[in-house]
Design a binder for this molecule. Sequence first.
Ligand code: GCB
Length: 652
Amino acid sequence: MLRGLAGTRAVVGALLWGCGLALLQGGMLYPRESRSRERKELDGLWRFRADFSQNRRQGFEQQWYRTPLRESGPSLDMPVPSSFNDVGQDGRLRSFIGWVWYEREATLPQRWTEDLGTRVVLRIGSAHYYAIVWVNGVHVAEHEGGHLPFEADISRLVQSGPLSSCRITIAINNTLSPNTLPPGTILYKTDTSKYPKGYFVQNTNFDFFNYAGLHRTVLLYTTPTAYIDDITVTTDVDQDTGLVNYQIVVQGSEHFQLEVCLLDEEGTVVAKGTGGRGQLQVPSAHLWWPYLMHEHPAYLYSLEVKLTAQTAAGFVSDFYTLPVGIRTVAVTQSQFLINGKPFYFHGVNKHEDADIRGKGFDWPLLVKDFNLLRWLGANAFRTSHYPYAEEVMQLCDRYGIVVIDESPGVGIVLAQSYSNVSLQHHLEVMEEMVRRDKNHPSVVMWSVANEPASFLKPAGYYFKTLIAHTKALDPSRPVTFVTNSNYEADLGVPYVDVICVNSYYSWYHDYGHMEVIQLQLATQFESWYKTYQKPIIQSEYGAETITGFHEDPPLMFSEEYQKGLLEQYHVVLDQKRREYVVGELIWNFADFMTDQSPQRPIGNRKGIFTRQRQPKSAAFLLRERYWKLANETKCHRSAVKSQCVGNSPFTF
Ligand code: GCB
């Protein structure tokens, strides 16, 4: 079977591995409607087939992309966006490894197919993990990586003859190898007295279920043939003047003019500019402040960009509006500063995860999660352990929820995963991630990985290179990775700006002994700080808890134990946050699905909410703490002293 799968990848290999850099040419602006741009979402039911053939290559051998899927065999209805794993009743699909095939017909407006001045783009928000795309049987795109968008310009195809619809076929392979992100291995079980011939399993070194499918919106959108391809905005503050630096990339014409206009929330123009790069100055600027740090958090301006370009067909205009938050981020030896003020991260780690849909994007779930975050008084989260949907980042911008944006570099523990092939892919993933998320004011730091084996010899070069590359891509934000290695052995931490450390005292060791937490945690902080003099975030801590289990005195897995363990952490966090600890992120916001194992009773239960988003006792404990922390931060700032009491649901 290994040969089968490897063979499958070899078949497409030449196309497969060469595409990364080519994809990075060009921007990846979120597809917004404007006077010059339309979008057509292709969410809903798609046709679907998993290739259960022994070598998983039947789809390629029989060229399933050439004709409608229903003609080459039976197919299922499959919702998009959704993971395919949990929607069916067939257990084989839940744990399927290999190629699955999606297909859908899209009806195109007449103008899109007839107006040669229109550019039609197919955009796939997330296809986990490797995807090949055909339109009407013609190969149009390939992409490696399950969490970032990719596009194909399909104008020529849909404008080449009379056509009112097009057939989109997407083959997706969820196999993980030592060089993918996240990495994994396929293990062949060859003892035929125990396993059937060809039996194999996918092994991973991360603690969440490897859901797969079309996880985010698939859509078509249009631009004129000369178009605004990319916008990069960075901001600064000088006294009370906001500085908005912009850079715009245009494609499709060399003769063009650009006008930019910055509007405040009332729609009043506050600054104007022309040309592909420049600086806008906003006197008395409203800064973008995190939630609970200011009476008007998350202030967003709108940057309206207008392109007028000369093309063979005459003059065309393209319009794109980008939300802009003016804020600064800086790191000192012991502080994380937003707009020059110390910021303390009090928040959560999340997952994109829910019943039935798996990692499929879902608006009601998203809105519920943000309502819970705000109820909790959380001001931050980490996108553990991969980039989340763009709509999530947009809500963070709008609500002032600060983000540590993490790459899918989770489970890098094998020596092979430190090879040059892996590093090269990781560099490209960082490029794609920075390209997608660079303009979000909510993103204040990049995390290149979670809990790698950073004590292995090659880790030093790997993280030095990766972090330097990320900083070169975006000099405006600090870079980190999240470690659980020993402070003396970690070869990657010398290169980070902020130390993010995970620990599970009295959970994965010293089980049941909460009395050792304070000593062990204080030692952890002191050791790291003495060695590096960099601010520290407790980026994970927590305890498994089955909602409704009660034991007093507390026993592991009970709600009382989870609360008790958190309280012990809080004692030390309260001491050290006055020195150099700049944040605490609970593991985890909600229970989530994992691979099956004796340690995981239907998933990881360290959520403070259940998977259905109902609170455990610990949620109330954290809520009280987070609002108190928020109040303290506010009270330290004399300008808003009068607001110390009143905003909070608690009186102190
Ligand atoms: C960790 C990992 C996270 C796991 C968590 C746990 O350190 O970063 O992915 O889910 O521990 O619950 O074991």
